[in-house]
Write a new protein. Structure first.
Length: 178
């Protein structure tokens, strides 16, 4: 079974007053084999259609600039590339939290793309809290800190959040569900 550890970045506004318009603007993922080795990676910006202009807050938070998404293709085109990149075998999607799955399905619905291809998900944030007997979940940076791992790259960028989630997953690979 291949594990696909992924992360999404979304359009955002300070205070999230436009949350219903949130769309994916970046997707990144790593394919792990049964030994925890990274076999392949995927990263792409996505041009949003509901709110095509990034807020200053979003640009500051993610470091993603308007030209990054203006040059990108739309979700339906990028998700086709992503699906082509996925191996043709049993998959487990892994994300830090449950919202990535929700937004992936929401963008598929918005673009009238069937979601049957999306496999079961592992919410690593919840699993990490359960594994360590915590009574609450913690952020990715805090979990890495607990494990003695320094966060690599830029926080709130899909590539680096997926990479750091991958590093955390691999430490306890044999103990996670799935």
């Amino acid at each position: 079974m291949k594990r696909i550890i992924y992360d999404l970045e979304l359009t955002c506004w300070e205070g999230q007053s436009f949350a219903s318009k949130q769309e994916i603007i970046e997707i990144a993922a790593f394919q792990l084999n049964e030994y925890g080795d990274v076999d392949s990676e995927f990263q792409s910006f996505i041009q949003p259609v509901l709110a095509p202009y990034l807020s200053n807050y979003c640009k500051q938070l993610t470091g993603i600039q308007q030209q990054d998404i203006s040059r990108a293709e739309t979700f339906d085109q990028i998700i086709e590339d992503f699906r082509y990149w996925l191996p043709d075998e049993e998959l487990l999607f892994i994300a830090w939290g449950h919202k990535d799955e929700k937004f992936l399905k929401a963008d598929c619905d918005q673009h009238e793309i069937d979601t049957h291809w999306i496999p079961r998900h592992l919410d690593l944030k919840k699993s990490y809290a359960l594994f360590h007997g915590l009574n609450h979940t913690v952020g990715l940076k805090k979990a890495l800190q607990y494990e003695g791992i320094e966060f690599e790259g830029q926080h709130h960028r899909a590539y680096w959040d997926a990479w750091n989630t991958t590093e955390l997953y691999r430490i306890h690979m044999g103990t996670w569900p799935g």
